[in-house]
Design a binder for this molecule. Structure first.
Ligand SMILES: [Mg+2]
Length: 321
């Protein structure tokens, strides 16, 4: 068994994971999916950890401590949704800087607790330390009776994405420019959605592969296809664009579908479903699903608009500057 069980595709973040995995060899196992799977006592647990660092993932001027806590835990829990695991517990480690007073820490903790509660999980432990900047690390544990992995998509499968996209990137652009973005955009950035019920729905409808959108639809769909060693055709006109994000893009001369395709930290789900899943069954999903493309045998992601090929924007680079 190789340490890296899932083909990761290109990129600097993945190069660094490959570097470590090569060093670990037999000391690591099953790396490369949204969660690790640990079997214990006849049960399979899904476990994942997610790091949120002030100055890297957020700036303290952008968000309240409560929002920072909510966002960090919701982002970590999203990896459980990505494998259709039922959230059970969160272990929460905080690096606490001088600027965060006790009232701020209470708010941070309350936000983190709300995100756990919204997903049906409890805070079960953690660690704290002083730190030069605020650090939130959330380790999440879920029950994964029948996990859906990144790999597993087959040629002919229908690709769907949940909710609407673009608001998170638009909000981030506003914040980076030093302005408060419109409330509808800011809300998507500050309080990411919880897609656990949807994940169970997709698993129950035979989802063969799934991933959550953290780096952007184009990038994360690329990860799903790389994992399954398949390709896809993507109809960018079918991407569900958040209405306020569409306005934001149009006002800046960007095609709205481009904003939707590159927007990271959306925490919506992409799934590959068998072609036999009928539209009327998908219409019963707890969150709206858009059919955006079809899995193909030929490796690579081929995007098109009204029949003409288009190039996709790059996604978030974890080691970019
Ligand atoms: Mg993920």
């Amino acid at each position: 068994v190789s340490a890296l069980e899932t083909n990761l595709g290109p990129g600097r973040e993945f190069d660094r994971i490959r570097l470590m995995a090569a060093r670990w060899r037999g000391r690591a196992r099953g790396l490369g999916d949204d969660c690790a799977f640990i079997e214990a006592g006849g049960e399979r647990l899904a476990v994942s950890t997610d790091l949120s660092i002030e100055g890297v993932h957020f700036r303290r001027e952008w968000l309240t401590p409560g929002e920072i806590g909510y966002r960090a835990v919701a982002a970590a829990l999203s990896d459980l949704a990505a494998v259709a695991a039922e959230p059970l517990a969160v272990l929460l480690s905080f690096g606490i800087p001088e600027w965060l007073d006790d009232a701020g820490l209470e708010e941070l903790a309350a936000g983190a607790g709300d995100a756990a509660g919204d997903a049906g999980a409890v805070i079960a432990g953690g660690d704290t330390s002083r730190s030069p900047q605020l650090i939130c690390d959330a380790c999440v544990v879920g029950r994964a009776a029948a996990p859906v992995l990144r790999r597993g998509a087959r040629p002919g499968d229908v690709l769907v994405v949940s909710g609407t996209l673009g608001a998170s990137a638009a909000a981030l652009e506003g914040l980076l420019a030093g302005a408060q973005p419109p409330a509808a955009l800011r809300a998507r950035f500050a309080r990411p959605p919880s897609r656990h019920a949807l994940a169970r729905f997709l698993a129950a409808h035979g989802a063969r592969a799934m991933i959550d959108i953290s780096d952007g639809l184009a990038a994360d769909l690329g990860h799903l296809l790389a994992a399954g060693e398949t390709g896809a055709s993507l109809d960018v006109a079918a991407l569900p664009v958040h209405p306020a994000a569409a306005e934001w893009a149009a006002a800046r001369g960007e095609e709205p579908w481009r904003l939707a395709a590159r927007s990271g930290e959306e925490y919506e789900l992409i799934a590959a479903l068998p072609p036999s899943v009928a539209d009327d069954r998908l219409a019963a999903a707890p969150v709206a699903l858009a059919r955006i493309g079809v899995v193909e045998a030929e490796v690579g992601l081929r995007a098109h608009l009204a029949g003409a090929p288009v190039s996709l924007p790059p996604g978030f680079d974890h080691f970019g500057t």
